[in-house]
Design a binder for this molecule. Structure first.
Ligand SMILES: Cc1cc2nc3c(=O)[nH]c(=O)nc-3n(C[C@H](O)[C@H](O)[C@H](O)COP(=O)(O)O)c2cc1C
Length: 193
């Protein structure tokens, strides 16, 4: 089966550390794997409006929400490349994930069934030296993957504050070389392990 990687860039600046690190990891993907890169800042989504218990969501068309839904459904591998903002994902990334709640209720999309068995990956850059402060970000991605029946490839971390700093993080660059070579297990909630 041909693999299609979708990289969702969640930083509020272009060419930041998260994107640089994700691109280092993506360089190692074999030929034949497709890559699509979408900036969430460049494709701003409206705040998610919770209509789940009022009416059916209507499949979006002709807007950024439609672009992101279609790209998500086409991805065998979904890479959330979000900087660490206040110990979790960026607002742009969180808003994208909130829209999953609507897509789960959109007739004809079969969002959960389609995404089940596919792989969620994370890439993040942070200024803090100790990666464990990013536990909320890791938990958000792991638990979202578990809820969706997806595999979870973990989070690739890189250190840096100003753009380009991550290129001095030699441990991160080394991890990037093999990050996507793993065969991730199905995600599990913490209480299941
Ligand atoms: C709004 C905001 C919140 C941030 N919160 C954190 C944080 O909680 N922990 C941390 O280590 N760094 C934090 N940082 C620093 C960024 O994670 C760091 O600059 C990172 O390299 C940005 O990634 P980017 O270059 O891909 O945008 C924050 C930066 C911003 C702008």
């Amino acid at each position: 089966m041909t693999r299609h990687f979708l990289f969702l860039l969640g930083s509020s600046r272009d060419h930041g550390n998260t994107e640089l690190l994700a691109r280092k990891a993506a360089e190692q993907l074999p030929a034949g794997v497709t890559q699509r890169w979408i900036s969430l800042t460049g494709h701003p989504l409206p705040d998610y409006e919770d209509l789940r218990h009022d009416s059916d969501h209507v499949r979006p068309s002709g807007d950024h929400t439609a672009t992101l839904l279609d790209a998500t459904l086409a991805a065998t591998d979904l890479v959330i490349a979000s900087p660490l903002y206040w110990y979790s994902v960026s607002a742009q990334t969180k808003r994208y994930l909130d829209h999953w709640a609507g897509w789960l209720r959109t007739p004809g999309v079969d969002f959960k069934e389609t995404m089940a068995g596919r792989t969620l990956w994370g890439v993040t850059a942070l200024a803090h030296e100790e990666e464990e402060v990013a536990e909320p970000l890791v938990g958000t991605l792991n638990n979202s993957a578990a809820y969706m029946g997806m595999r979870f490839g973990g989070v690739l971390f890189g250190n840096g504050s100003k753009p380009g700093d991550v290129l001095s993080d030699s441990a991160a660059l080394a991890r990037a070389k093999t990050f996507f070579a793993q065969e991730p297990p199905l995600a599990r909630f913490p209480y299941e392990s």
